[in-house]
Structure formats: C-alpha cells, structure tokens
Design a protein around this ligand. Structure first.
Ligand code: ATP
Ligand code: MG
Length: 212
C-alpha cells in the first residue's frame, strides 16, 4: 500500500521507522500524537529489514511487517511501507530518506524517533546528510532522561545545523523488549499491543520458540 501526493501544496509526511519486534501501543500513540500536533498528512511506518545496530536475533521481516500492517489497519492516516524490507543489504535510514525524496518530490519529511534513538544518531551512517534530508521529531520516552536527551539534541542542532524538534508525548512505558520477555515468560501482554497483533503472535508462535 502506498499513497501519492496531489496538487502543488507540499504534503507533510511523518516517518516512523523501527524494528517493530513487535509493534506496540507506544509506537502507535506516539505517531498519532505527533501527526496531530504537527499537522502531518500521513504517517509512514517503515519496518526495517536488516538493521545494522541490533545485536540480538530479530524476528523475520515478513512477520514484523505483517504485525505493523495489522496494528495500523484501522487508522486511515497510517500507511506501511515495505521499502526497507525489500532491501537485501543492510538497511540504513539515509538510503530510505534518499528514496523517499525521489518518490515524494514535493513533500516535507519528518522523521520521528524516541529520545533514545535521537541520542544514538551519531552512530548512524551519514549523520549529517540525514539531518539535511529530514526534520527530526524526537519524543520523550520513559527510562530515558529528558534532560540529558534535550542537551544532546541541542548539541546535535549546533554541530550539524540540524532541524530537530523535541515533543512531549503522553508517556507510555512500553518497549518491544518488555513484550518479548513477557511472552517468553508466559505472562500477559494484554492492553500493551493491539489484539490482532497479539493473536498473530500466538498463532505463529513468535517469541515463544526460544530462538532469541
Ligand atoms: P526494543 O526494546 O526491541 O528496542 P522498542 O520498543 O525500542 O524495541 P523500536 O522498534 O526499537 O521499539 O523503536 C522504534 C522507534 O520507536 C524508536 O525511535 C523508539 O525510540 C520509538 N519508541 C519505542 N518505544 C517508545 C516509547 N515507549 N515511547 C516513545 N518512543 C518509543
Ligand atoms: Mg528500541
């Protein structure tokens, strides 16, 4: 599924990138809050294919992509892209941003991250070009010091002439790590992820087969 711009007005596209192993309500609520706050036309969820930073064995990309599809299907403003999934090589955000600019020639791109991800950005490939190609919107996240993150954001702004906005989203202390561990321990994950994703996980035995 994809969408195309119409007319001459610049559309505003929010990008929500992640491993989504699995997607949870904090991803969804953060994206929706930012869409509304910044008047974005669409949020494009882009599950990564072969991320360079993850050290653990991650769930296969088809299942992660399917879970994102299920989680977003009832929001007309949420769209899922398979562009990173379909890349055979390692996936870097910089390649995605370049591709997005080719596809959406007349769009403003807003890349959404949590405070943990923005603080880690200097380890990304082609750091400064990432900042040239998108406005970054960084959201607070429980477990990450907002004070330290905001200091880091100020440094990034100065060093790279980066366009970064920090936004206070209603905090939800949920992580994919927490979900995976709870499923593995046979504990409830109700109300932390959408029900259809929960059903998918149990039907396909994801996170219970001990391969992590
Ligand atoms: P993991 O525990 O496996 O790292 P995660 O919950 O951090 O999973 P990711 O797929 O790594 O999820 O994150 C995708 C994006 O969503 C990142 O930019 C991350 O900072 C952001 N994000 C994840 N959880 C939250 C949260 N609870 N609040 C705000 N942002 C979040
Ligand atoms: Mg993470």
């Amino acid at each position: 599924s994809n969408f195309h711009e119409t007319g001459n007005e610049k559309i505003k596209i929010g990008i929500m990138g992640g491993t989504f192993d699995p997607i949870h309500y904090a991803h969804l609520a953060t994206a929706e809050y930012i869409r509304e706050t910044y008047n974005l036309d669409k949020i494009l969820f882009i599950p990564n294919g072969n991320p360079p930073h993850k050290l653990r064995l991650i769930t296969n990309k088809i299942d992660r992509y399917n879970m994102v599809l299920l989680a977003t299907m009832n929001n007309d403003n949420f769209v899922v892209s398979d562009m990173e999934m379909n890349r055979e090589s390692r996936t870097y955000t910089i390649d995605t941003l370049r591709e997005l600019h080719k596809i959406y020639k007349n769009a403003n791109i807003y890349f959404i991250t949590g405070f943990d991800a923005i603080c880690d950005m200097e380890s990304w490939k082609n750091v400064s070009e990432n900042f040239e190609l998108a406005t970054f919107i960084a959201a607070n996240r429980p477990g990450v010091s907002s004070l330290e993150a905001k200091e880091k954001i100020e440094k990034l702004k100065t060093k790279y002439n980066a366009n970064i906005r920090s936004v206070n989203v209603p905090s939800l202390d949920i992580s994919s790590t927490y979900i995976r561990e709870h499923i593995k321990d046979g504990k409830s994950i109700k109300y932390l992820i959408p029900e259809n994703v929960e059903t998918y996980i149990y039907e396909k035995n994801i996170y219970t087969n001990g391969d992590e």
